[in-house]
Structure formats: C-alpha cells, structure tokens
Write a protein that binds this ligand. Structure first.
Ligand SMILES: [Cu+2]
Length: 173
C-alpha cells in the first residue's frame, strides 16, 4: 500500500473546478496571465500557482497540457525548482470522503491527441518545503521533463485563489 500525504487540503486547494467542456485557445490574449510553451508535440498553457500565506510549507502548480502527437507522452518529473526543497507530481483522490493526495512516481500520462488539466482537486505539481513564500504576480521557474517530447522550461505565474485559467480574461485587481 502506498503512503498517502495528508496535508491540510483546504489551505492548498480551492473548491473551484473547471466547468463546461470547451475551452478557448487563448485568442483573447492577456499579457499578464496567458503564457504558453511548446516542446515537440506538447503544448503547455498558462502554468499557475497560488500565492501563499506567510509560513506556508507547500504549494501546488497547475496548467493545461496538450498532446498533438498520435502517441501518448508522459510528464515524468519536474526539476530545476529553486524555491522548494523538492517537487512531486501528485494526484488527488477521495478516500472515505476525505481528499488525499498521492505522489505519482512514474508521472502522469497525456494520451495521444488529447489534453490534460492539472487543476485544484486533480493532478498537480507539488512544491514541498518552500524556501520562500509565493508572491502574487511573480513567476516561478521549473523544468518539465516529458518522456518523448523532452524537457522544457516554464514559469508558473503566482495568482490569487479566484483565478481561473479560462475565465480570468477580464479580471483586474
Ligand atoms: Cu499534492
């Protein structure tokens, strides 16, 4: 049996989830928030993380990953993170009505010709042992390592908890 992490979930995850089945592909560009990356047949859209309250030890990163290849790919690991002691790829699961998260040691599969959302209460990148607090508006670098497509440097944008990647085009703070 694998060990489960039992961090205090409500601090890390909002209850908001994605609604609807269609998503714009960034035609309405917002320089502040929209930022995409490409490596091979993989496209990463709008990586983000929530800014943290003082003293937070963990944070999570989210994004949309699109695989334009006719072969599946695997996000095997995340590396090159200077703001945390270590990084893991996690999955949220419900166990006896308690949300728990589990590290995915082999990474997460992105099926051929499909898209995968890393989002609150789903798959996410876990930053463990924060060396500094995540500040709103700042960007945090990481390297995503894909089995087939290779490695790509991205920046997680630190946003507030009301941020939603598809609904935030017209919000200003
Ligand atoms: Cu986690």
């Amino acid at each position: 049996m694998k060990k489960f992490f039992t961090f205090i979930i409500f601090i890390i995850f909002s209850t908001s989830s994605f609604s609807g089945s269609h998503h714009s592909h960034g035609h309405k560009k917002n320089k502040e928030i929209d930022h995409d990356y490409k490596i091979g047949k993989i496209k990463i859209e709008k990586p983000y993380t929530f800014f943290t309250p003082n003293g937070a030890k963990v944070s999570a990163g989210y994004m949309k990953i699109e695989n334009y290849s006719n072969k599946q790919d695997v996000l095997q690991s995340v590396s090159n993170v200077s703001f945390a002691d270590r990084v893991e790829i996690h999955e949220m699961t419900m166990e006896n009505q308690v949300m728990k998260m589990r590290p995915l040691k082999k990474g997460v599969v992105i099926k051929a010709d499909s898209e995968l959302y890393l989002k609150p209460s789903g798959y996410h990148i876990m930053f463990i042992g924060l060396k500094e607090q995540i500040s709103k508006g700042k960007e945090y670098k990481a390297t995503l390592n894909f089995k087939n497509a290779g490695s790509v440097d991205i920046f997680f944008k630190a946003v507030g908890r009301n941020y939603h990647p598809d609904k935030n085009h017209h919000k200003h703070h």
